[in-house]
Write a protein that binds this ligand. Structure first.
Ligand code: CMP
Length: 139
């Protein structure tokens, strides 16, 4: 096992519903450490840049409009196997398929408004963290 860092985003649906505290508490209860955290309202351009890998997908416009519709909380998590652990805690992308007790089962409404994002691999984690945070902001 290796100590990893991963990017989590509490999406606009979850911030609007007042679920920031519950989600952050869950990460800490699961043994993931908060390295950095900030609340931001992404511009459409920032959301398009972050999700550029999905730019050819039919849902790209819906996704980026939603992600820029209200504030998000950007979090860098650290811990043993943090990338996989965070994905287990989040549950399946589609909340209808998410396991009981996962964040998306508890807090998500739909595949588009699914409460949280998490990096899917070490390379994407590094890219995603650097997209939002300077090295000096990670503690
Ligand atoms: P996320 O983990 O942030 O990564 C890409 C996002 O695209 C994903 O969560 C979903 O919110 C969104 N997404 C994936 N598939 C669909 C879809 N079929 N319709 C709308 N949004 C989708």
């Amino acid at each position: 096992m290796a100590i990893q860092r991963t990017l989590s985003i509490v999406k606009p649906d979850a911030t609007a519903a007042g679920n920031i505290g519950a989600i952050v508490a869950r990460f800490e209860a699961e043994g993931l450490r908060i390295c950095a955290m900030k609340k931001v309202h992404l511009s459409l351009r920032e959301a398009e840049g972050f999700y550029a890998v999905h730019s050819a997908r039919p849902f790209f416009g819906e996704l980026t409009t939603f992600m820029s519709s209200g504030p998000c909380v950007l979090i860098v998590l650290e811990g043993e196997d943090a990338i996989l652990r965070n994905r287990e805690i989040m549950g399946a992308t589609n909340p209808a398929q998410a396991a009981d007790g996962t964040l998306r089962k508890l807090f998500a409404r739909s595949i588009g408004e699914n409460a949280v994002h998490g990096s899917d691999a070490p390379e994407t984690a590094a890219t995603e963290i650097a997209y939002f945070f300077a090295g000096t902001e990670l503690h």
